[in-house]
Design a protein around this ligand. Structure first.
Ligand SMILES: [Zn+2]
Length: 382
């Protein structure tokens, strides 16, 4: 019982509460499932306002409103501790979704979701031993988390095993072995990946890194395919640098069958990496797209499960901005931002169909790219 309370409370030293005897597992369960915006309670005659806590797992679940736990002292207590809380509240139904899910700066993780191990750490192992019954209550929550972890682990395990690439269900423009692929656009072929000029590219040296086999997204790739993508990225980075350019990469795993890592070089003189990042963030905001900065060295695989639609941008310093797609994501978003006034200022080229060349021109562009890229191409070094 007391475990529920001790996890919920972040007690300042001046509040003297016996955490072993306060709290109710039933109420904790209710609060955890109902996710109230405000949770009022008594607390051994004390007044206590906990920092607001999140009701969603960052980057894994849609943002939700926060909960605030407020304990009020006994009415008319001699120490004059606060026992009345006056506030005005706008009903959920009348609030804008964006306003409702806004996270305050001091928001904390959800106290009801802590894993058993973390809880032990914060409580001290001794206290944990003494409070066996409380563990029972959290067992269910842990079980859910445990299940999730298990499935994560399984996915991770799968990636280590060599898998045969899945077969496309219909014609695919990007499977290298497919008759539909436009071979004249291909500029380099590795063991698992290849590079091709983008059809109707934003610029003449806009390329795609693609898996040779039929994979839908980066999160579906096995580690050796990912490694080769990284090698291509490094080769392209050096190549573009020699041309006085930096690149921006993006992937849209939404309404697309075969993974395409779009690599668009931009002149160094046109904008800094920070300018590019800023433009993505600002233009996403304008379209109500929540672009989240993800911690450095974080794999997209660590954030989404295979099968989840998403969009992400990777800047040339390795920083990534990520959006989990729910619905109606603008298909040309990445291009639109790069073509916008803030960056390349070629808005009419945002749509690839407006930039299509005839096959001869495509062929000679690819030939020129191949020739210039070769000295930098890791796949032609051995
Ligand atoms: Zn394919």
């Amino acid at each position: 019982m007391s475990r529920a309370a001790s996890w919920l409370l972040i007690l300042p030293t001046w509040i003297d509460i016996d955490v072993k005897t306060c709290g109710s597992a039933a109420v904790a369960g209710l609060a955890s499932s109902l996710k109230p915006r405000y949770h009022f309670s008594a607390l051994q005659g004390e007044n206590y306002e906990r920092l607001p806590y999140r009701n969603h797992v960052v980057l894994q679940e849609n943002a939700q409103h926060v909960s605030r736990f407020i304990a009020l002292a006994s009415v008319g207590n001699p120490a004059k501790k606060k026992y009345i809380y006056a506030f005005s509240i706008v009903p959920l139904s009348r609030m804008e979704a964006a306003e409702l899910v806004k996270q305050p700066l001091d928001v904390t993780e959800n106290p009801y979701r802590k894993s058993g191990r973390e809880a032990k750490k914060s409580l001290g192992a001794k206290a944990a031993e003494e409070e066996e019954p409380a563990q029972q209550f959290f067992f269910d929550l842990n079980k859910q988390q445990g299940k999730k972890r298990h499935s994560d682990g399984k996915a991770g395990h799968q990636t280590k095993q060599p898998r045969k690439p899945p077969q496309p269900t219909g014609p695919c423009w990007f499977c290298l072995a497919s008759p539909e692929v436009e071979k004249h656009l291909v500029v380099s072929i590795g063991e698992h990946c290849y590079v091709a000029l983008a059809k109707g590219g934003l610029t003449s040296d806009h390329v795609l890194i693609l898996p040779i086999g039929h994979y839908q997204a980066v999160v579906d790739l096995s580690s050796e395919v990912v490694d080769e993508c990284e090698k291509y990225k490094a080769s392209l980075k050096k190549f573009y640098k020699s041309k006085g350019k930096r690149f921006v990469m993006f992937e849209r795993n939404y309404r697309s069958q075969h993974l395409q890592l779009q690599v668009v070089p931009l002149p160094l003189s046109c904008c800094t990496t920070d300018d590019i990042k800023e433009s993505f963030i600002v233009q996403a905001q304008e379209q109500n797209i929540e672009l989240l900065e993800i911690p450095e060295h974080t794999d997209i695989k660590q954030i989404v499960q295979p099968g989840t639609p998403y969009f992400y941008v990777e800047l040339d310093n390795g920083e990534k901005l990520f959006h989990r797609i729910k619905k109606n994501f603008p298909l040309q978003f990445g291009r639109e931002v790069l073509a916008s006034e803030a960056i390349l200022n070629i808005p009419t080229r945002a749509d690839w169909k407006a930039c299509k060349l005839d096959p001869d021109e495509e062929g000679s562009q690819a030939k020129a790219f191949r020739r210039d890229f070769e000295p930098f191409d890791f796949s032609s070094q051995d």
